[in-house]
Design a protein around this ligand. Structure first.
Ligand SMILES: Cc1cc2nc3c(=O)[nH]c(=O)nc-3n(C[C@H](O)[C@H](O)[C@H](O)COP(=O)(O)O)c2cc1C
Length: 327
């Protein structure tokens, strides 16, 4: 369903996240869509709601050595290690092309320490990007990455630093499912100025090569994604949505109140995306499914539109958290 179809009287799939209007709620997940152009000709890129870039860091990174991808039943393990051209390289080389593709441009930003996050965020503040997705959840790097996403105080501090450095850009913080207390991390991020939350990044996991009698990945553990994680990711979206309602009702809640949730983890079909929306997500991201079937996101968008039509829904907001308020 495109914006034009919406104007012709079909259901309106558009959604506004932190002031950024998406034509529909389906966003390409970071690290699975490059900088957009890599997929030219394989799907209708302009029909997507948004594109999250591969995780960028202040300085270019070569990524990890050894095996980087390993398939598991219903899942995919990766240990890419944030290979990227650096923020300045992205702004010069990739951003103009990415901007022309049409969907909202969301930059996934990672860093080894707080100063790096802040310096990179400051560089992005003056650019044409629509939103920053602060990646405090990458499990595949030695320094920074997921370490910030496991501890509420560290998550709040890095969110506050990025908020200050990129004062003009909407800020979404991407949470790690590996956090011992995910709701506490979410609360710290919203308190520190996050305009939206995205969840989840990959689950820390392990595979062993029984021939070599060694872990498959050089860094031993790697991040698990794909349908194998979907029911757990869905439960996390459900929990964080509920936690936000209780903070809003109670004393000392985050000043911004509930912020929109962008849900992800194993979404491969329209029915999966509908589950995340009904659990409380305002939009979704799709990652591993695109590797298996590049047009998966287009099919998911069309399927959401069909569901809305068949069920007499005119606006996407009627689906958000619908499983909480069944009609
Ligand atoms: C190969 C690969 C690379 C990824 N790189 C990043 C990254 O750079 N930054 C990030 O925040 N998430 C990264 N992710 C995580 C995805 O964006 C997403 O959170 C996760 O894969 C769950 O969604 P899925 O099950 O639909 O793939 C990566 C995932 C994969 C499979």
């Amino acid at each position: 369903m495109t914006g034009a179809e919406g104007r012709r009287g079909g259901p309106d799939l558009s959604v506004t996240i932190a002031g950024v209007k998406l034509r529909n709620p389906v966003i390409a997940a970071s690290g699975t869509f490059g900088y957009g152009g890599e997929y030219r000709g394989l799907l209708d890129i302009a029909g997507l709601g948004g594109i999250c870039t591969k995780g960028l860091t202040l300085h270019p990174r070569p990524g990890n050595a050894g095996v980087r991808l390993h398939e598991t039943p219903s899942g995919l393990m990766n240990s890419i290690g944030l290979e990227n051209p650096g923020v300045a390289g992205f702004i010069e080389g990739e951003l103009p092309r990415l901007r022309r593709l049409g969907p909202a441009v969301i930059v996934n930003l990672a860093g080894a320490d707080m100063a790096e996050y802040a310096a990179a965020a400051a560089l992005l503040d003056g650019t044409e990007i629509d939103m920053i997705e602060l990646n405090i959840s990458c499990p595949n790097v030695k320094a920074g990455g997921m370490a910030f996403g496991l501890d509420p105080a560290a998550a709040g501090a890095v969110t506050a630093a990025a908020r200050k450095a990129a004062a003009h850009k909407p800020l979404m913080v991407k949470l790690s499912p590996n956090a011992p207390d995910l709701a506490a991390v979410a609360r710290a991020c919203v308190n520190a100025g996050a305009d939206a939350l995205s969840l989840v990044n990959t689950f820390k996991a392990l595979a062993i090569d029984v021939i070599r009698r060694r872990p498959v990945f050089d860094r031993e553990s790697a991040g698990l994604s794909g349908p194998a994680i979907r029911p757990i990711a869905l439960r996390m979206v459900w929990d964080i949505w509920a936690a936000q309602q209780s903070w809003a009702a109670g004393p000392g809640g985050p000043p911004g109140g509930p912020v929109p949730i962008v849900g992800m983890g194993g979404i491969a079909a329209a029915g999966d995306a509908l589950e995340f929306l009904m659990a409380g997500a305002a939009a979704v991201q799709v990652g591993s499914a695109t590797f298996a079937r590049p047009p998966a996101m287009n099919e998911i968008i069309a399927g959401i539109g069909r569901y809305m039509k068949e069920n007499g829904l005119s606006a996407l907001g009627e689906l958000t958290a619908a499983a909480r308020y069944p009609r």
